[in-house]
Design a protein around this ligand. Structure first.
Ligand code: CDP
Length: 657
């Protein structure tokens, strides 16, 4: 799970074309199908590259509640299902949250159990999502399914007694997951099952289910002559490792990103496989995207100047991706017409109505089709300052997260925020981290002696480039103030070491400056700039344990900067280019002759033994102040602040390309 996403997340636009690789999460649809099928096999099955998200977690927990042994290892990306013979306890309570797949698949699974009483429920929004088609079909196969709330909806109580075979009709027009659930458990019935569709079903997900049923050892196929799905009575025989493909719907966001930012992205391991949502790439090609497939994945790019026309498209077969296109439609040159999505009104939220509302807030002209089946967006100038409502629907958060990467103001200033961004945990918990990791990020390390001008220079640079400013000297000062507050002296080294573990550090971002928190409180400037701290800081800073206590903390400031959407970080100190970030994109060393520096302090009216601090800093054993090899040395003796800042700005601009 992402560490902590704020309640409202401003999206930092990309000021330069995107470049890089994306590792996509495993497919939700494949993971939850494979989990159910694995539970129906006899031998151990290990899913690899599986998705770890709310929806798959709910499925895993439900299988465990039913008595199956499921071991999920998020670090390895594997989920192992074993000891299936002990599954199907006689009594279980299952909770499916808002996960449509878990809801439909588990209902079918419980009905197919030989015996037992199972209660299934979800969150209030789930109690409104369609279940009736599946419940009716299962009942006509002899199942005892009781709706304990409203007829046709969750919560359910199932009195299992296995499934009878034979003929059955199903209306899965509101959700093809209902047919998928039935298809997956059908091989367990007492006799072959023949399934007639009493209404049209969206095909691609059913094809995916059929392929997986067959991969796991079942035999299901559509018979064009009889017009029904025929499923043989057969045991699932699969054993061993089953690899989950990357999620094609999640891929749609990164397929669209280069349209918004320019540039190119490699979507690792994404191939034309079992998922219908891979069709989205073809839609985007008509909008100007270039896509190249290779064994390593799919490379998507968008050359500047490609024609971004609006298009008319029926999204019925891959409707989860309609939001991805709709959200970026304001950037196209003509109207975008999306149809075939009436059923999406009954998904996580009414997606059509929600999309219409959010796009209108962004100043777009939107026509909600009278037949309820779609919308047409005519691009208008985008309205800045909009907070996007996400309705607990992960797809709103991610689609508009991509639009927010557009540099509306031309200077990298955020203009769009996402409410409740954490809702993307449903299928893609680290979506915003992945997005942030693609945003070009430059670390500028500035070292130098006392009063060499680092702080004013760094502050000016952070303003100019919208980078986070990290003054590590202020961190050593804050620690010093805390140690002094605890009554410790600079010669009590053992006592200092003993105190360090009890000092808890945090960071607060104040404008473009990072400030250290100790015990949850920002240490104020007034406490760290006084003569006592100034006299003691270099002594404490020479203690190796003090330095190592700050090492990881300082490196983590880059993540803080990224999480706040900064395009870079200026970190100043004594050992930044040598120890903390030896690989920084730009490493600088500022120096000025001692007379000039002493004079600067004098003008500031501050008592400071500059030369003495430099001596201590440069001669200590751990991380002494040095001109790191490869760092650029800048002599500021005869330059004013503006000249130094201009000089470094030139170097940064060069690095940023
Ligand atoms: O006052 P001035 O800006 O010159 O110094 P500072 O940046 O506030 O740093 C205060 C002291 O912290 C330095 O004299 C060093 O002893 C120590 N320090 C360090 O050892 N390593 C750093 N990366 C930053 C500061």
């Amino acid at each position: 799970m992402p560490p902590s996403l704020p309640a409202v997340l401003p999206i930092q636009p990309f000021t330069r074309p995107v470049r890089g690789e994306v590792t996509l999460p495993g497919s939700k649809s494949l993971t939850n199908r494979a989990l159910l099928l694995a539970a129906l096999c006899k031998d151990r099955v290990v899913l690899t590259s599986a998705l770890f998200s709310e929806d798959t977690h709910l499925m895993v927990e439900a299988l465990k509640a039913l008595g199956f042994t499921v071991n999920a290892n998020a670090d390895a990306g594997t989920i192992e299902v074993s000891d299936q013979a002990n599954g199907f306890k006689k009594d279980a309570e299952l909770f499916v949250g808002l996960a449509g797949t878990a809801a439909r698949f588990l209902t079918a699974l419980c009905v197919a159990a030989p015996s037992g009483i199972y209660r299934i429920d979800g969150i209030p929004q789930m109690r409104k999502r369609p279940m009736k088609g599946l419940i009716d079909a299962l009942r006509s196969l002899g199942a005892d399914v009781r709706c304990t709330g409203v007829e046709g909806f969750f919560p359910l109580e199932i009195h299992a007694k296995g499934l009878r075979g034979g003929e059955v009709a199903i209306d899965a027009s509101e959700s093809s997951q209902m047919l998928s659930g039935l298809l997956m458990v059908a091989p367990l019935a007492d006799a072959p099952i023949s399934i007639k569709l009493s209404a049209k079903v969206r095909e691609p997900f059913v094809q995916m289910t059929k392929n997986m049923v067959n991969q796991f050892g079942g035999a299901a196929d559509f018979n064009a002559v009889s017009g029904s799905w025929e499923v043989a009575k057969k045991s699932y025989t699969f054993a061993g490792t089953y690899a989950i493909e990357p999620d094609a719907t999640a891929a749609s966001y990164f397929t669209t990103l280069p349209l918004v930012t320019g540039g190119a992205l490699m979507l690792l391991n994404l191939q034309q496989g079992l998922q219908g949502d891979t069709q989205f790439v073809e839609v985007m090609q008509r909008v100007g995207l270039t896509a190249t497939s290779s064994p390593s994945g799919l490379e998507v790019s968008f050359a500047p100047g490609s024609i971004r026309t609006g298009i008319s498209e029926n999204f019925n077969e891959f409707s989860d991706t309609f939001l991805t296109l709709a959200a970026v439609s304001p950037l196209l040159s003509g109207p975008t017409r999306i149809t075939g999505i009436a059923h999406s009104r009954k998904q996580e939220t009414d997606r059509v109505a929600g999309m219409v509302r959010e796009l209108r807030k962004l100043g777009q002209e939107v026509d909600e089709h009278a037949d309820g089946d779609g919308l047409t967006i005519t691009p208008r100038p985008l309205t800045a300052g909009v907070e996007i409502e996400t309705y607990g629907d992960h797809r709103f958060a991610m689609s508009f997260g991509i639009l927010g990467c557009h540099d509306l103001h031309g200077d990298g200033r955020p203009w769009l925020s996402i409410k409740d961004p954490a809702c993307c945990a449903k299928t893609f918990p680290n979506f915003f981290d992945v997005l942030n990791s693609l945003r070009p990020f430059l670390i500028v390390a500035i070292d130098g002696g006392a009063a060499s001008g680092k702080s004013s220079t760094s502050r000016a640079l952070s303003e100019r480039f919208n980078f986070l400013h990290v003054d590590t000297g202020s961190y050593y000062r804050a620690i010093t103030a805390e140690l002094l507050r605890r009554g410790l002296r600079t010669d009590q080294i053992d006592a200092v070491k003993a105190a360090l573990p009890s000092i808890t550090l945090g960071t607060q971002v104040d404008g473009r400056a990072a400030r250290m928190e100790i015990g949850g409180r920002v240490v104020p400037e007034s406490e760290i700039r006084g003569p006592e701290v100034t006299a003691a800081v270099s002594h404490f800073a020479a203690i190796p344990e003090v330095r190592s206590a700050l090492l990881t903390y300082q490196r983590n400031q880059a993540d803080v900067a990224r999480a706040h959407g900064f395009g870079g970080m200026v970190m100043e100190g004594r050992d930044i280019g040598s120890i903390i970030f030896p690989d920084a994109g730009l490493r600088l060393f500022l120096h000025a002759d001692p007379v000039a520096r002493a004079k600067r302090r004098e003008l500031e009216g501050r008592a400071d033994a500059v030369a003495e601090r430099d001596r201590l800093d440069a001669t200590r054993k751990t991380a002494p102040l040095v001109l790191a090899s490869g760092a650029i040395d800048i002599d500021s003796t005869y330059l004013n602040l503006e000249q130094v800042v201009d000089k470094i700005s030139g170097l940064i601009t060069e690095k940023l390309g």
